[in-house]
Design a protein around this ligand. Structure first.
Ligand code: ACO
Length: 433
């Protein structure tokens, strides 16, 4: 961060003004540091949804929503998607640089060493209803990790933070796969540490003890790619939730559980599940016009899930990669005519030319395609957001670590505009109307 000038705000009708420092990042627009505005002018700023507010300094991920750019530690997502692996990307997000061969091996081994869950955590699953949503299970079990790994909870100890990061990244696929196994009544499959990260997840998700199971390498690569694309996305709702929870000094497992809860919502990570539900409801290409009429009707509150993004107002670069992968996966699985995919493609075509969507800069986001791929790979709809959580855990933990090490970090505590009743006196019950 560097000072690049100032902006002066004056209060109309008074002689008060405030000279606010303008700060420049590596790339991106200048940012006004408004911290002293209350002292200088006696006013707060109002920004619901934080569309114009930077909540922190970060060196991890950069997005240019107008140009459709997404960089992890400076590397374009397209290059990482083509050339890297999820674990290498995880190292990059956590440490800031790509690993050399020795560092990559050590990191890989570190993650593999932590894939098992404490055996008592198995019993935890029995407390959930059989049909519990995997995200409900994940919120609970990830939060419960803090009750099991006391030896890595000191957030001021860098070694504890490092071990917690390994534990979270390594254990979250096991937790998600077991949430599914619990749903379908199959035995939990223990991790196989000779398998790659995405491969191991597919193994724990699909395999049963009674039969040999070989992970399809093309599907393992597609899974790895989906994980890379979802690994981080700067200060989105769930990441901000993790940071806000972490700003109080809460332990990392509790913070990630808070992030999972935030991700669950249909406006965020729950969108890929919602896309498939919606496609199922629309049912047929002939019903698209009626559906789009509902979307455009302001009173209906119906949205085209998988379209639109708070930041991307041109295109979502992850969606482009995902669209290509979608066709590759369907080809590998021999799915030539998938009615839902055909419906999705038709919906995409119509929406991209419809003035409602064009004028509001609403384009397909990553979730529009990821839902279709995951369904083709045999994941039930309820697992879609859980998979997103598995991938995003590395982003959350990287952002949490960055926040803890930031000397400017303070407890997150937004202000408000109070519009409720002004102070008034208590009225006894017998004198109320
Ligand atoms: N379908 C129909 N209309 C939409 C959609 C949509 N998917 N998204 C936005 N709009 C409309 C809004 O109604 C609004 O219209 P108006 O100007 O006539 O009032 C206009 O576009 C601007 O929308 P905002 O709500 O201001 O956009 P915001 O940045 O707040 O919301 C969000 C972004 C939440 C992603 C929104 O586009 C949405 O709900 N999309 C569907 C859910 C989705 O796919 N979420 C996944 C996001 S990606 C991720 O989390 C990985």
């Amino acid at each position: 961060m560097s000072g690049i000038g100032s902006v002066t705000i004056s209060l109309d009708g008074s002689n008060k003004s405030s000279k606010l420092p303008l700060i420049g990042g590596t790339v991106g627009p200048p940012v006004a540091d408004i911290r002293k505005i209350y002292n200088d002018l006696g006013i707060f700023t109002y920004d619901p949804g934080y569309g114009a507010t930077a909540s922190c300094e970060s060196k991890i991920t950069y997005i240019d929503g107008d140009e459709g750019v997404l960089l992890y530690r400076g590397y374009p997502i397209e290059q990482l998607a083509e050339k890297s692996t999820f674990l290498e990307v995880a190292y990059l997000l956590l440490n800031g640089e790509l690993p050399n061969a020795a560092e990559a091996k050590e990191f890989d081994t570190g993650v593999r060493m932590h894939t098992m869950l404490h055996e008592q955590l198995r019993v935890f699953y029995n407390g959930f209803r059989r049909d519990a949503h995997p995200m409900a299970v994940m919120c609970g079990v990830v939060g419960a990790l803090s009750a099991f790994y006391h030896d890595s909870l000191d957030i001021n100890n860098p070694e504890h933070r490092r071990i917690s990061a390994f534990r979270m990244i390594a254990k979250v696929p096991t937790i998600a796969a077991w949430a599914h196994k619990y749903n379908v009544g199959q035995p939990f499959m223990y991790p196989q540490n000779d398998l790659g990260y995405a491969e191991n997840f597919l193994y724990m998700f699909n395999a049963v003890p009674a039969e040999p199971y070989r992970v399809n390498p093309i599907l393992a690569r597609a899974m790895d790619l989906i994980m890379i694309l979802h690994a981080d996305h700067e200060q989105n709702a769930s990441t901000s939730t993790v940071r806000l929870a972490g700003s109080t000094g809460a332990n990392p497992f509790a913070c990630i559980a808070a992030g999972i809860a935030s991700l669950w919502g249909p406006a965020h990570g729950g969108a890929n599940e919602a896309v498939l539900h919606k496609l199922g409801e629309i049912g047929h290409v002939k019903n698209i016009p009626t559906f789009l009429e509902q979307v455009k009707d302001k009173n209906s509150k119906v949205k085209l899930m998988g379209f639109g993004h708070r930041v991307y107002k041109n295109f979502d670069p992850r969606a482009k990669i995902m669209q290509a992968t979608c066709h590759q996966v369907l080809g590998e699985l021999g799915i030539k005519h998938d009615p839902l995919l055909e419906l999705a493609m038709e919906l995409e075509k119509i929406a991209l030319h419809d003035d409602y969507f064009v004028s509001r800069k609403l384009y397909p986001n990553v979730d529009f395609y990821s839902g279709i791929i995951l369904k083709a790979m045999g994941f039930p709809l309820s697992m879609f957001t859980a998979l997103f959580a598995v991938s995003r855990t590395v982003g959350w933990i990287s952002q949490w670590q960055e926040m803890i090490a930031d000397p400017e970090q303070r407890i997150g505590r937004p202000r408000q505009i109070y519009t409720g009743a002004a102070q008034r006196d208590y009225v006894p019950l017998d004198r109320r109307d």
